[in-house]
Design a protein around this ligand. Structure first.
Ligand code: ADP
Ligand code: MG
Length: 318
């Protein structure tokens, strides 16, 4: 009799233990980096893990937001011409990567377009078309070559008056991949971190790619991926209409106007989330022909491009 009770007790203890360890799915939605963030994970501790991943996104936002007083980017932008600002190694690395992409794209990708993004009001609630003169004036100040780096001290300097930088085209990809790493390190079975189209996946997942200018959730393709980043840039996410014309938030640094492109959206897949993000913006500005050239410079990178006339073109890197 005693033995039976004992066995039953062991069995129920094991059952409780198994229930505690059974993977649960949790999902949290929040707002940071100027976009809606969703973190989803399957793990016995899914709630905690999602929150931890979200905290990581907020940490990176606080480090790299151009508007948060005291952030690395804020301090660089407010240091005044010619003075070096010491930043975290993470910020330094993303700026270095951004400058490398600028070199490879002959300036189509350029983090010094920030004064133009501000002029157009894409960083505000009420964007509008600025005057031609104002655009011309600020376009002359855009030049990634005037961002100077000191690798010994992780310091960054803007060499001309009126310059400022923003990592808006690269930090979300970085944030998504760092947050996904938290899910992985925490033992999640799988998970997805989605920062408004900058997605990083832990484990195996299917990711639908949005058809530009169609209702949300209407996909033109679905990618099967594992442990990688899938980042989409397009004209359809942030734009305004004035006099019947669409003005979107990805700017051609040469003209100061929203990039005229034959691409509706560019999705880049890479294990490096920051690179995928930077390249998706770069490819969008460059257009289809030059995209193939630029992507061929990078290892283990591929892209799915939805052209402005509705064709789907797949491009792979090296
Ligand atoms: P999203 O912000 O919608 O994810 P992107 O990753 O393509 O889209 O980044 C767009 C952001 O990058 C803009 O909001 C702006 O801050 C910045 N940006 C705009 N044009 C350029 C450009 N030519 N090069 C680098 N950054 C840009
Ligand atoms: Mg980008």
């Amino acid at each position: 009799m005693k033995k039976t009770v004992f066995t039953l007790a062991i069995i129920s203890a094991l059952a409780v233990f198994c229930i505690m360890l059974a993977p649960k799915q949790a999902s949290i939605t929040d707002y940071a980096m100027n976009t809606v963030i969703t973190v989803t994970a399957r793990s016995p501790h899914a709630d905690k893990l999602c929150q931890k991943a979200l905290d990581e996104v907020h940490r990176i936002d606080n480090l790299m937001s151009p508007t948060a007083e005291g952030s690395d980017i804020y301090r660089i932008n407010h240091a005044g011409k010619g003075s070096f600002t010491e930043v975290s190694p993470e910020t330094y690395e993303l700026i270095e990567l951004s400058l490398k992409i600028s070199e490879k794209t002959d300036g189509a990708f350029d983090i010094t377009v920030n004064p133009l993004s501000e002029l157009w009001g894409f960083t505000s609630e009420n964007p509008s078309v600025p005057s031609k003169d104002a655009i011309k004036d600020l376009t002359q100040k855009v030049n990634y070559k005037n961002v100077l780096l000191n690798p010994d001290t992780f310091s960054v300097c803007l060499a001309q008056d009126g310059m400022s930088i923003s990592l808006g085209a690269v930090a979300k990809g970085y944030g998504a991949s760092q947050a996904a790493k938290i899910l992985e390190d925490g033992g999640a079975w799988d998970g997805i971190v989605d920062l408004g189209g900058s997605i990083c996946v832990a484990g195996n997942k299917r990711i639908g790619i949005q058809t530009p200018f169609k209702p949300r959730g209407e996909y033109f393709t679905v990618c099967e991926v594992s442990d990688t980043s899938v980042v989409t840039s397009g004209a359809y996410e942030r734009y305004f209409k004035e006099d019947g014309k669409i003005y979107h938030h990805i700017i051609d640094p040469k003209t100061g106007y929203p990039a005229q492109t034959d691409i509706g959206s560019a999705t880049v897949i890479s294990d490096n989330g920051a690179l995928a993000d930077a390249l998706s913006t770069a490819v969008f500005v460059l257009g289809l022909d030059k995209a193939e050239d630029v992507l061929s410079d990078f290892d283990k990178v591929s892209a799915v491009i939805y052209t402005a006339d509705g064709r789907v073109v797949e491009v792979s890197g090296k």
